[in-house]
Design a protein around this ligand. Structure first.
Ligand code: HBI
Ligand code: FE
Length: 265
């Protein structure tokens, strides 16, 4: 697909078909029901503030009005996965790249690449939250530095285990904030209720060394205490942290270390 030098394209909201809006409606109402007592309250609040709703694929221009006032973030449309350096550059400047195509009706439960439902329903609601919004910018900046220093693999693990598959401890119990989970019917239930996966207290160095699965449910989740914790741990000199972990072994997605603090579901 044709795109600009920074990989952005027009969403062309007017061109979605009724069938495509129908797919969004189906996914939206199914996830809203599942996430009621499972997603972190800030996520559910974000959905309300944005007016991301059941009536169909949102127009990015409308979401951007709300986002700009809330945290200064903007959504920009892209055709597909984009190169890492471009991805980080947008994020460091408070632009969230979102694909704008929607999955086919035979892919309702799973597709590997991100579509507009994953990107907008999954990621955008938390961008309304000022602290999470700061974390995302800090992550983009960290990404640029990591890439230059040859630590892409490590910084990608942080994204995976937080932005995509993070869990958070709240007064009411464990809740989901990761977009890969909130946009998945099966994993929204599995990550909190299944006895199989480990839920381990967030540990930045541990995460930087841990591989992940991209094609099945996670067997390890990391649990943060607050978005503030996430922001502060990322908004530091990560280059020295990479040095500190350079002597540690790479861990598989299923490793449990004696030093891990397990959290009950
Ligand atoms: N492109 N569209 C898109 N979405 C992503 O999540 C994405 C990307 N390119 C690179 C990338 N993610 C990775 O660098 C991050 O997962 C770290
Ligand atoms: Fe994602």
């Amino acid at each position: 697909m044709e795109h600009r030098a920074d990989w952005t394209i027009e969403q062309n909201w007017e061109n979605y078909t009724p069938q495509e809006h129908q797919t969004w409606k189906f996914l939206f109402s199914r996830q809203s029901e599942i996430l009621k007592n499972r997603a972190v309250p800030e996520f559910l609040q974000g959905i309300k503030s944005l007016g991301v709703a059941e009536d169909g694929i949102p127009d990015f221009r409308r979401l951007n009005d709300v986002l700009m006032k809330a945290t200064g973030w903007q959504i920009v449309a892209v055709p597909s996965l984009i190169p890492d350096d471009v991805f980080f550059e947008h994020m460091a400047n408070r632009r969230f790249v979102a694909t704008c195509f929607i999955r086919r009706p035979d892919q309702l439960d799973y597709l590997q690449e991100p579509d507009v439902f994953h990107d907008v329903f999954g990621h955008v609601p938390l961008l309304v939250n000022p602290i999470f919004a700061n974390y995302m910018e800090a992550y983009g900046k960290a990404g640029i530095k990591a890439l230059k220093a040859g630590h892409l693999k490590k910084i990608s693990r942080l994204y995976w285990y937080t932005v995509e598959f993070g869990l958070i401890q709240t007064k009411e119990g464990l809740r989901i904030y990761g977009s890969g989970i909130v946009s998945s019917k099966g994993e929204s239930i599995y990550c909190l209720e299944d006895p199989m996966p480990r839920r381990i207290e967030f540990d930045l160095k541990r995460i930087l060394c841990t591989d992940y699965f991209i094609d099945k449910y996670q067997e390890t989740y990391f649990v943060i205490k607050s978005f503030d914790q996430l922001f502060h741990e990322t908004n530091q000199d990560l280059l020295s942290v990479y040095d500190e972990v350079s002597h540690l072994p790479e861990l598989s997605a299923t490793t449990l270390l004696p030093s891990d603090h397990l959290i009950a579901a």
